[in-house]
Every structure is written in structure tokens, then in C-alpha cells.
Design a binder for this molecule. Structure first.
Ligand code: GCO
Ligand code: MG
Length: 408
């Protein structure tokens, strides 16, 4: 029997860059001269993960065998003692993703081949149509349809509110981290609940029934309000209704589920299988939105997806602009290889970001294709990245009209 070749890790470097928005990237190098990339971006808390990796993880990686992905995952998860949480799990995710990138490059295969091969020809994605008014949102949706999208998320301004989640001036590149300190928004659930069914009624009248429509409530409702919205939207047959409640209390989905057949998606802020377990096992949701970047990497997200598959829950990976092209590429290889893939979120990155992260993945006719380069098929131009130093940026915060803090 031949002896297994080891692949010692020689360096693990953290690269922070801001080509329009902040990204944290881990680059792991091996004695063979190969390297892999992992996304460690945590919107509004970027430097916490950068320090976690550079100060606490990188030194313990040097000399380990890059091929031992699962053992290194367990070492970082169990070895931290302080388990889970977005900072730890984003850091572990970056290591895991970089190691899968290395292994696939060593194998000379695109990563999806190593994960079991393609289960479908491409990865269907949804785009983001948004506008200040219902009319503007619908005309944006038409534009997305003309670009080839077959699934579109609709977010619209709410009459009587100055701003809301999901509506931006730049229609192609939505960026919510808009302030050097958190900006304050004002929120009214009653105004939102009145406006949203009207948006979808108008959208179906204008766009017909061929197109899949989605919506994100962004954690702002109570369970009974979520149940109401789900019922009110039933006539318009949404593909999914996302993040109605914050889901800190997984059992709260029982109440929502009891009242509506609108398909439910949740989990972009989840970072572990334990955040998903009850929701999946009790079949309280239809789509799990956890991402490679925030939920422990490809290794851990596969566990979540395998559990979900047992209960007819499909994947719907988070894919906002604050997940870098490294994370997007990883998501595409994962999506292509999983039997219970549902739909992938896709917000285009800016040209500046794409230049820093040259990538093989391409959009065509409503789907993304990861390409057939060995590994993830994404690189980082370090010289260009160095030209964009970190800029502090925060997500907004939200208050009710009487001043009470609420979820953003
Ligand atoms: C989505 C999300 C994002 C988040 C953002 C926070 O569904 O894409 O809700 O827009 O708000 O990722 O950093
Ligand atoms: Mg969301």
C-alpha cells in the first residue's frame, strides 16, 4: 500500500480589502506551492474575524496536513472550547473553504466533482428587484426578467416610512452597510403589513404566474404577524417568504406554520446545525438559508443539507453582496453537488470587487455556472486588494415610530 502524501500548511494569511465594501479573505499556502482561499467576511464585524484568524487560528495551522479537512475542522470547533457564534464559525468556514479549494486543485478537479459531481446542469438563482414605489419595483422586476432571471425577489418602499430594508438607490448593487457608524431607520409593522400584499397583487397582475416571486421580511415580525402575512400572500403563490421572525426561538415557527401554506425560508444568520435542527426536524420551514461563509464552511453546510434532505427541506443559500466572490464560488460548487438544492441568492458584485476576485463562475439565462477550473475557480489579486484599505462600515439599526429599538 502506498503511503498517503501529506501536504503541510506553510502559511495562513488574512487579507482585508475594501473594493467598494469590506471583505476578509483567508489564503492558506502549502509546501507544494498550492494555495486555497476562504471568505471570512462578517458584515459590520469584519475585523473581529480577521483577528480571530490571524491571532488565534493561523499559528495553529502551520505544519498541519492540508488534506485533513475534517480533522482540522474538529480541531478548530472543539479546540476553541467556546463553541459556535458568528465570529468563530465564519473563521472556521474560511479555513474549511480554503482547504477544500486546495484539495480540489491538488486533485485537478473543480470542487463540485470532489463533492460527488453535478446533480444538475446549473444553479438557478434569484435576483433582487426593488424600488421606492410598487410601480418602480415591478418595472425593476421586468428588467430582471429581461436579463433572464426566472426567480425574482421583490422589496418595495413602504408608504409612510422614509426607508426600509432591501430598497436601494443603486439597483444592481444593493449595499446595506451604509455608515461609518450605524444609521437609524424607522419601522412600522402595520404600514408594512398593509403595503406588502398590495405589492404582490400588483406584481402578479403585471408579471403573470410563470415567474417565481420571493420576499424577505428581514426578521421584523412577531410569529402571529408572520402568520397573518403568510396568509395574506397565499393568493400570490410565493416561492418563499424569508426571515419573517428572527428565529432565535425555533419553536415560534410552529405558530406560523400552523396558519399558512406560504413556503418559509430562514437561516442566513444561522451559524451552526444546532440553529437549524428543530426547524428542520419538525418540518417548520421549506428552505434553509445558511451559507458556506457563515455556517462553518462546506463541511458543516453539507451536514445541514443532509439533515434537511431527510425532511424535504431544500437549500437556499444566502448570497448577498457582503459574501465575497470566494463564498459565491463555494456556494455554487455546493449547490451543484447537493440533491436537495432549492435556489441560490445572487446579488451581483461591483466591477471593483470582481477585479479583486477574478472568478470563473458565469451567469446565463437565470442560472450560475461555477466553471471547470480546478478548485473553487476564484482567485485574489493581492496587489489590487492592497489598494483598497479597510473602511469602517455598519449595518443600519431600526426603531419603532415611538423610538423603541427593534430588529433591523
Ligand atoms: C438577504 C439578506 C441581506 C442581509 C445582509 C446583511 O436576504 O440577502 O437579508 O441583504 O441584510 O446580508 O449583511
Ligand atoms: Mg435575507
Amino acid at each position: 500500500m502506498s503511503k498517503t502524501r501529506t501536504l503541510p500548511i506553510t502559511a495562513a494569511r488574512v487579507i482585508v480589502t475594501c473594493p467598494g465594501r469590506n471583505f476578509v479573505t483567508l489564503k492558506i499556502e502549502t509546501a507544494a506551492g498550492s494555495y486555497g482561499l476562504g471568505d471570512a467576511t462578517l458584515n459590520g464585524r469584519e475585523l473581529a474575524v480577521a483577528s480571530y484568524l490571524a491571532d488565534h487560528v493561523a499559528p495553529s495551522l502551520i505544519g498541519r496536513d492540508a488534506h485533513q479537512i475534517e480533522d482540522i475542522w474538529q480541531f478548530l470547533y472543539r479546540g476553541a472550547y467556546w463553541r459556535r457564534g458568528p465570529v468563530t464559525m465564519s473563521a472556521i468556514a474560511a479555513v474549511d473553504t480554503a482547504l477544500w479549494d486546495i484539495k480540489a486543485k491538488e486533485a485537478g478537479m473543480p470542487l463540485y466533482q470532489l463533492l460527488g459531481g453535478a446533480c444538475r446542469s446549473g444553479v438557478r438563482v434569484y435576483g433582487h428587484a426593488n424600488g421606492e414605489t410598487l410601480e418602480e419595483t415591478i418595472s425593476e422586476a421586468r428588467r430582471y426578467r429581461d436579463m433572464g432571471y426566472t426567480a425574482i425577489r421583490l422589496q418595495s418602499g413602504v408608504p409612510g416610512l422614509a426607508s426600509t430594508y432591501g430598497v436601494s438607490r443603486d439597483k444592481m448593487f444593493y449595499e446595506p452597510a451604509d455608515g461609518g457608524l450605524p444609521t437609524e431607520n424607522t419601522w412600522s409593522t402595520s404600514k408594512y403589513l398593509a403595503a406588502t400584499p398590495r405589492l404582490f397583487e400588483a406584481a402578479r397582475a403585471a408579471l403573470g404566474w410563470e415567474i417565481d416571486l420571493l420576499h424577505d421580511a428581514h426578521h421584523r415580525l412577531t410569529p402571529i404577524e408572520a402568520a397573518r402575512l403568510g396568509q395574506d400572500l397565499e393568493p400570490y403563490r410565493l416561492f418563499w417568504l424569508e426571515d419573517t421572525v428572527a428565529a432565535d426561538n425555533q419553536a415560534s415557527f410552529r405558530l406560523i406554520r400552523r396558519h399558512t401554506t406560504t413556503p418559509l425560508a430562514v437561516g442566513e444568520v444561522f451559524n451552526s446545525i444546532w440553529d437549524c435542527k428543530q426547524l428542520i426536524e419538525e418540518q417548520l420551514i421549506d428552505y434553509i438559508r445558511a451559507s458556506v461563509g457563515h455556517a462553518g464552511g462546506i463541511s458543516h453546510l453539507r451536514r445541514i443539507a443532509v439533515l434537511a434532505d431527510l425532511y424535504d427541506v431544500k437549500t437556499g443559500c444566502h448570497g448577498a453582496t457582503d459574501l465575497s466572490p470566494v463564498c459565491m464560488a463555494a456556494a455554487l460548487h455546493f449547490d451543484l453537488s447537493m440533491p436537495n438544492f432549492g435556489l441560490q441568492e445572487y446579488m451581483c458584485h461591483t466591477q471593483e470587487t470582481d477585479a479583486v476576485f477574478p472568478h470563473a463562475y458565469r451567469f446565463s439565462a437565470g442560472s450560475l455556472y461555477p466553471g471547470d477550473e480546478p478548485g473553487l475557480g476564484v482567485d485574489i489579486d493581492e496587489a489590487l486588494a492592497a489598494q483598497y484599505p479597510y473602511r469602517r462600515a455598519y449595518l443600519p439599526v431600526n426603531r419603532l415610530e415611538d423610538g423603541t429599538m427593534t430588529n433591523w
